[in-house]
Ligand binder design. Structure first.
Ligand SMILES: [Zn+2]
Length: 855
């Protein structure tokens, strides 16, 4: 192997000068605060050389004739210089002491890292329970499953050359740390404030094995020592082989074999020079340099890698030219012509019409980057075909992912290290999966027509929209569905992360990984429950269906339609209702109606009463949504769920459990416990509920949601389960890229979402009705054998008749009344019949004759 010969040659050439570590520390102040920090500045590879400074000549030598004044001045300078020298000496003492402390501390640290560390060899087992409560073994794990291992000798030489050229040109020369480059990078960091890597392949491998991800000088030093140790123990071949098999290439792709399939649909032994250079070029930042996220960037990094390979003599001029010109073909369609051709599959794949327009008008002239796709680490545009093996269901996928995440946090190691540890650490994991329910759900979602039988969008493909073509059309449109069922105390019972056949183990899971806009399903969580909790409205409080004037900067998210821009105060007329009433009909309706019809006008008005801060805190701190503190702190995200990144379906289900359990939040768990080889519990489900709202508020919010399902013709009426009571809420993204339905029964929370992986509009006629219908179809199967169930009234809630003309508690003069639900602490006034029935009273009473201003 060429690499070993080169290595030998390098060794012979090497001068055996003892390398000395030179460390300088400077005290520096953090730019933003006054915390003193020790900043690591340089590591050099040359022995300390005492630089002989010229003795300062103060002009006091032989020529002794200056004036006394000058002499005196010079004397002062002399004193100053001496003082400075003293200060420098003292500073050096401090530095040396600090360094000594560091070394002493490090002496107790174990720098020994081995490539076999991760090669624990006890299998981990995963268990579930059947309906009789018997333990059932679901799976035996071994770490080779999702990582196709490859031997270095099976790789073409140019693949190895590409990685060395891109990541660590002196890999074959150094002993773990490239001092020269470290110094260069450090100097650049100090001068221009950059954060360029400079880590060798060995150092990167150490980081990956140990999972030591702390950002500090200590970590950097540990890494250096460990890299030096690793190089003493292993050959360059072993290190490189381990590196290429472990490193992440974006998404769930780890190791070069898996990356070759992910990007080029081939095994790594068949990689061309051009392809190898793309892979080598993207590993510095797989999420943004990969060709699916940003083709231009991938091309730029590829060319840089090829230039390096040429410069280092790994490629002849002819090979170089050929590689530069190669029209690389990718597994998935790519956007752009950076590789010398336009990918014809792209338009069909991403729904671009023949005239070149994107089929979604909202996305006209919006670049892929602007859609935020490349920003998302987890986003990989998966398609239905795949070369992955399927050996476990959606639930087991998601449970393993959750366990690995929790293990990484517990041990403070990387996810990659946690993964290896879990797969071969001899653990026993007990999942919360309801096996029967999971099987039912998987079976239903295997047939995409479940979600598509009402699908009647404009076809993007030229296929006739017949029953036989349904699945094919869905595939081409990348229509995707996901479903999750939990109980009310954070236990996840069943989930599916996609429509149709699963692509492979650990593939993209739309129930747990996909963040999407949740639309109006946010309203009960961030607006109405808080308004009830703070006694700002009751079940029957009258609200006006009317949009307001909103400062453009306060809207945030995606706007949806707006009107009447006023340049004098930078406001627009907003929001628009989802249904036919546009900017509102100006009439008054009770609060339950606002929820039932999902009126944006009333939600935004109620949010203005609640306050953005309260709503934001409720979602982030109490319901644990991961929101953007700047962009999501505004009306459209908080009142209409149009979030920057979005929320996963599992997070939505966990948040909604509070409506069913009396106001508590429980973290959603897919496992109950993980036990190690010695029988000790390593991880266990957190079963402690955190109070979000009071139980009477939870019950009343549930009653508001009951209206969504209960009334014929309401948006969620299709989700009715007969004698099992259902509370519901629909949600549609402003750009129609997602439809969501949340349904709560006395036993379960079920969330269903229809979306596309490319976040494009779905174009489903009356999608807001179809989504609850699918939800109902699924839940009818799930609850088939269950007895009648209804929610139990909270003891602090009273049921009273209210007057439908005012929303007040019905008085003796009120003719039309309905049943309302009220906190004992907030019962509306009694309607007097006469004055109260006069419609002018509302204007006077609520004082909203003028258009409200939200800022
Ligand atoms: Zn009345």
């Amino acid at each position: 192997i060429r690499i070993l010969i080169i290595k030998k040659r390098m060794r012979e050439k090497k001068r055996h000068c003892g390398k000395q570590l030179i460390l300088y520390f400077i005290q520096s102040r953090g730019a933003m605060n006054n915390d003193k920090k020790v900043k690591y500045v340089k590591i050099g590879d040359e022995p300390v050389q005492k630089k002989k400074k010229k003795k300062p000549d103060y002009g006091l030598g032989e020529k002794i004739t200056p004036a006394k004044v000058i002499l005196k001045t010079l004397g002062i300078i002399g004193t100053t210089v001496s003082a400075m020298v003293l200060v420098v000496i003292i500073a050096m003492c401090i530095v040396v002491t600090g360094l000594a402390l560091y070394v002493t501390q490090f002496a107790e640290t174990d720098f020994d890292v081995s490539l076999e560390d991760a090669e624990l060899n006890s299998s981990t087992f995963i268990y579930g329970y059947d309906s009789d409560g018997n333990e059932v073994q679901l799976k035996q794990l071994s770490s080779d499953e999702n990582r196709v291992l490859i031997k270095l000798e099976d790789l073409p030489q140019h693949v190895i050359d590409a990685f060395i050229s891109a990541e660590d040109a002196r890999f074959l020369e150094h002993e773990g740390v490239d001092w020269k480059r470290t110094v260069a990078v450090t100097v650049r960091m100090v001068v221009s404030g950059g954060t360029e890597g400079g880590s060798t392949i060995t150092q990167q491998l150490v980081r990956d094995i140990t999972g030591d991800k702390e950002v500090s000088i200590g970590r950097k030093l540990r890494e250096v020592f460990r890299a030096l140790e690793l190089e003493k123990k292993y050959s360059k071949k072993d290190i490189l082989e381990s590196y290429l098999n472990r490193i992440g290439f974006g998404g769930t792709s780890y190791g070069i074999a898996s990356a070759s399939i992910q990007y080029f649909d081939k095994t790594p032994d068949k990689l061309t020079v051009a392809e190898a250079a793309i892979l080598a070029g993207l590993i510095r930042s797989p999420s943004s340099f990969n060709p699916y996220a940003n083709l231009s960037k991938a091309r730029e990094k590829q060319l840089r890698c090829l230039d390096n390979m040429y410069e280092y003599g790994y490629l002849t001029t002819q090979e170089y030219n050929q590689a530069v010109k190669e029209q690389v073909k990718f597994r998935l369609p790519v956007k752009g012509d950076d590789f010398g051709y336009v990918d014809e599959r792209y338009n069909e794949f991403y729904g671009i019409q023949e005239d070149g327009e994107l089929s979604d008008p909202y996305y006209e002239n919006v670049s892929w980057e602007e859609l935020g796709v490349s920003e998302s680490e987890s986003y990989v545009p998966y398609k239905w075909k795949g070369n992955y093996e399927v050996s476990q269901n959606w639930y087991v996928d998601a449970a393993i992912d959750q366990i690995i995440t929790d293990l990484a946090e517990l041990k403070d190691i990387s996810k990659s290290a946690a993964r290896t540890l879990f797969y071969k650490g001899g653990y026993k994991a007990y999942l919360n999966m309801d096996i029967e329910m999971q099987n039912q759900l998987e079976e239903l979602f295997l047939d995409p027509s479940l979600c598509l039988k009402f699908y009647s969008s404009e076809p993007i493909t030229d296929l006739p929209e017949t029953a036989e073509n349904e699945i094919e059309i869905a595939k081409r449109n990348l229509m995707q569905g996901s479903f999750i069922i939990t109980n009310h105390s954070g236990t996840v019972l069943a989930l599916v992360g996609g429509l149709g056949e699963k692509e492979g183990d650990g593939c993209f899971n739309r129930a747990t990984m996909d963040t999407q806009t949740i639309g109006s399903t946010v309203k009960p969580l961030s607006v109405y429950s808080l308004a009830v909790e703070n006694n700002l409205l009751t079940y029957s409080t009258f609200l006006k269906d009317q949009s307001g004037k909103v400062s453009v900067g306060a809207i945030g998210g995606t706007y949806g339609p707006y009107d009447g821009y006023d340049p004098s105060d930078n406001t627009v007329r907003w929001p628009h209702n989802f249904q036919e009433t546009g900017f509102g009909d100006g009439l008054y309706y009770p609060a339950w109606y606002a929820v039932q019809k999902s009126k944006n006008t009333m939600a935004v008005y109620t949010l203005s009463l609640v306050g953005l801060q309260n709503a934001f805190n409720q979602l982030t701190e109490k319901l644990h949504f991961n929101l953007d503190p700047v962009n999501d702190f505004s009306y459209s995200p908080l009142a209409m769920g149009q979030f920057t990144e979005g929320v996963t379906l599992i997070s939505l289900a966990a948040a909604y459990a509070m409506i069913g359990n009396g106001g508590l939040y429980y973290h959603p768990y897919l496992y109950s416990k993980v036990v190690d080889q010695d029988g000790r519990i390593v991880l266990s489900q957190n079963t402690v509920g955190e109070r979000v709202i009071s139980s009477d508020t939870a019950y009343i919010t549930g009653r508001l949601m009951r209206k969504v399902v209960e009334d014929a013709g309401a948006s969620g009426s299709y989700a009715d389960l007969g004698n099992i009571e259902v509370l519901g809420k629909t949600g549609t993204a402003n750009d129609e890229s997602t439809y969501t339905f949340v349904g709560i029964t006395p036993e379960y929370v079920g969330c269903y979402r229809l979306s596309r992986d490319n976040h494009q509009a779905i174009y489903m006629n009356s999608g807001w009705q179809i989504i609850p219908k699918v939800w109902g179809d699924v839940m009818k199967v799930i609850t088939a054998d269950e007895p009648a169930q209804s929610f139990v009234k909270d003891p602090n809630v009273v049921i009273l008749d209210y007057c439908t003309k005012t929303g007040f508690i019905a008085g003796e003069n009120c003719t039309e009344t309905q049943k309302g639900y009220y906190r004992k602490s907030k019962i509306p006034q009694i309607c007097d019949g006469d004055k109260d029935h006069d419609s002018s009273y509302y204007v006077e009473h609520y004082g909203v004759n003028e258009i409200p201003l939200y800022d």
